[in-house]
Design a binder for this molecule. Sequence first.
Ligand code: HEM
Length: 433
Amino acid sequence: MLPPGPRVPSLWQLVEFTRRPLPWLEDCARRHGDPFTVRLPGYAPFVFVAAPALIKAVFTGDDDVLHAGKANVVLEPLVGKHSVLLLDGAPHLRERRLLSPPLRGERMHAYAGLIADVAAAEVARMPRDRPFALHDHMQAITMDVILRAVFGVDEGAPMRELRQLLLDVLRPPPALLAFLPVKYVDVPGSPFRAFLRRRATVARALHRMIAARRAAPAAPRADILSLLLGARDDAGRPMTDDELCDELLTMLVAGHETTATGLSWAVACLLEHPATLVRLRDELATVTDPAGYAGLDYLDAVVRETLRVRPIVPDVVRQLQRPMRFAGHDLPAGVYLTPCIHLAHRRADVYAEPAAFRPERFLGVKPDPYAWLPFGGGIRRCLGMAFALYEMKLVLGVVLSRLRLELAAPGPVRVTRRTVTLAPAGGTRVRIV
Ligand code: HEM
């Protein structure tokens, strides 16, 4: 028997999950307990869990039974079939071993200057005379950081051209459609055919870039693509061009909008909490070189607390490949076990006053990986976690030390769904004062 859950039709559950995901998930937990079952049309049931012990059971469970790649299949037309996001089992582990070394925390200082330069250039472009959506500028920053740090392209015409191609291919579908298991129809004149054309154009550009990089191994470079070109798996094989192309797109898809959203939320939370902002500014003022922002304790706590109260994605999913006994229930194969990031972050038994934005709670505390999970967990935990945390700290340091901002309209800034991410409504509208 599945755990209890809402009895309304699955289409209505989809509407609720899309339109007001967070209050709706909270209602479900209040009414039905933990775990509870959600049904969306065309999908097997989703069993949501929030207690740290249950989340631990999912994240440390048998990888042969709990597959994430299958649950991400909707992303295949965009990221490509070689993407780490779509793989499970041994092929997934091989791909993670290849991708992890360039993304480890200790490598991040190589990107400090680049991130600070990109952020400072974007600060200069922000309008001085009118309110504006900060999110657009954060997206521009995270796109340029990925182009330069991951793809290794330098300023100039090729970078502008590639940026435009990537922006075209990333244009999101309406949020509701993203969760309907629609079969894409590839017929002349269809939006999907047009998308496939844009995807093929991007792939050609990336293949040209990869071939050029292979042909002319210049002086040692720090970008992630260059490091991946030299990576070898356990059998001594390098990554193929198709794999590299798909993983570059994966890192863009997984890292661009998410990090920009985290940055927009951090500023929204800080502008709603002036005393916290004052304390942060005092800490930022102790640093002269932007690389120093990465080592600041309060800034680190601000970023972690932002990702706790405003997680970018509300849940992660593992699909059962075999029946499994879980929390006293016999779950059939096919069920999606779903650690709920939002509910885990709002547990009063773990976080005092869980709805309050209070970075102090993370000072001198190592977050529990089963109670603080904005990057998911287990063998699927976000490969870009160190990168994203580092980038967020540097960008916030540069932006907040150069600008005085205020919200364009009184807060709190509402949560809105942008396909899979939960973003600030209006893109955090601010003005420079
Ligand atoms: C604040 C920013 C970010 C957030 C909140 C975020 C969140 C996540 C989450 C929740 C997952 C799924 C984990 C799971 O299923 O347990 C994930 C996976 C992933 N993320 Fe991120 N991410 C961020 C930034 C990035 C960046 C910057 C990159 C790359 C440079 C990246 C690359 C990936 C990859 C490759 C995966 C797939 C891992 C796998 O399937 O093994 N992410 N991310």
